[in-house]
Design a protein around this ligand. Structure first.
Ligand code: HEC
Ligand code: HEC
Length: 282
């Protein structure tokens, strides 16, 4: 566990103790994703660099994670769910992620307007791996619950976070923001950092082809997250986890881990500062 993860775990434990989990259902999540080629050349390159991505295929990912076992999202199908049901199930989530999917503290990610497929597969991964503060919160959710919650949060308007009264009112350093923007748009060849926009979109709303299905009805980029307007502290923690190799439960984890390895503390800080400064947008 990294220090940041421990902090998250403590924060989560404190908040959870106040809220009972009202959602108790059956059944583990079937990961109905089969193995196949990813079309995008840039991605193929990234995946090829990731030795772990050549492991066994996981057509029906088991509910609990075993060694060398991961969810293969390269041929995932678009998820569907019931927004109204999701809203009803989201009461317990508001404690940390806010009543409208804008989180109440910078350590918790905003969920409003995020791609439904990304939200769903994150929940599946939390259920498979016991080491996230989210893991106990999803333990009793059914596959249907997770789909409903994902489509509900995806449909909420991503509004700017309310000003934190405890936050220091210092404006972000313009040079830091500029460095973040530059890294996002053009990468840093000297450090081997690829441009983030190739995968997260020029406007950081997710992959340009997120909603495009291939001829077999698969949406290989649907679970690639939007980043704009996300909480800076959360982005920093997450990028540190990819860098440290803590994320290893899906083909998408492997892709982002390949990038994370190239990032140093300064790059992470600049990227998180710039991305969080962007006004959220659908
Ligand atoms: C106690 C606080 C807390 C509660 C309650 C909570 N979460 Fe979370 N959530 C977190 C934290 C902390 C993370 C970051 C976890 C990590 O990175 O391992 C997170 C991450 C997530 C993510 C991943 C988002 C991303 O951008 O990667 C999703 C999706 C999510 N939560 C959904 C939910 C849903 C749905 C509920 C209600 C069933 C819920 N959360 C309840 C604290 C909470
Ligand atoms: C080759 C494609 C690719 C590139 C390039 C890329 N990413 Fe990612 N990124 C992904 C994928 C796929 C995921 C989903 C990973 C997962 O499932 O956990 C992801 C996840 C993330 C997340 C987690 C978001 C969340 O809400 O949990 C962050 C933050 C992130 N990327 C930032 C960056 C930054 C910053 C860069 C540029 C330095 C970058 N990415 C470059 C593909 C890419």
């Amino acid at each position: 566990m990294t220090g940041a993860r421990q902090l998250l775990a403590v924060l989560a434990a404190c908040t959870v103790s106040v809220f009972a989990i009202a959602l108790a259902q059956e059944a583990p999540a079937p990961a109905d994703a089969e193995a196949a080629q990813v079309q995008d050349a840039q991605v193929q390159e990234q995946v090829a660099e990731t030795e772990t991505a050549t492991g066994p295929e996981a057509e029906d990912a088991p509910a609990a994670k075993a060694d060398n076992d991961y969810v293969d999202l390269r041929r995932a199908r678009p998820i569907t769910g019931n927004v109204a049901a999701g809203q009803a199930k989201a009461e317990v989530c508001a404690a940390c992620h806010g009543p409208q999917g804008i989180s109440i503290a910078p350590a918790f990610p905003n969920l409003a307007g995020q791609h439904a497929d990304f939200l769903y597969w994150q929940l599946v991964e939390f259920k498979r791996s016991p080491d996230s503060p989210m893991s106990p919160l999803v333990a009793d959710l059914s596959d249907e619950d997770m789909r409903d919650l994902a489509v509900y949060y995806a449909g909420l308007a991503p509004t700017p976070a309310p000003a934190d009264p405890d936050a220091e009112a210092e404006p972000a350093d313009p040079a830091l923001l500029q460095r973040g923007e530059q890294l996002y748009l053009t990468g840093d060849p000297a450090k081997g950092i690829p441009p983030c926009q190739g995968c997260h979109g020029v406007d950081a709303r997710g992959h340009a082809d997120a909603r495009r299905a291939d001829s077999s009805g698969h949406t290989p980029y649907a679970a690639w997250p939007a980043l704009r307007g996300q909480q800076a502290m959360y982005l920093q923690t997450k990028l540190g986890e990819y860098r440290d190799g803590a994320m290893d439960d899906s083909t998408t984890d492997f892709i982002m881990t390949g990038i994370g390895h190239r990032l140093d503390d300064d790059s992470i800080q600049a990227l998180a500062a710039w991305l969080s400064s962007l006004p959220p947008a659908h």
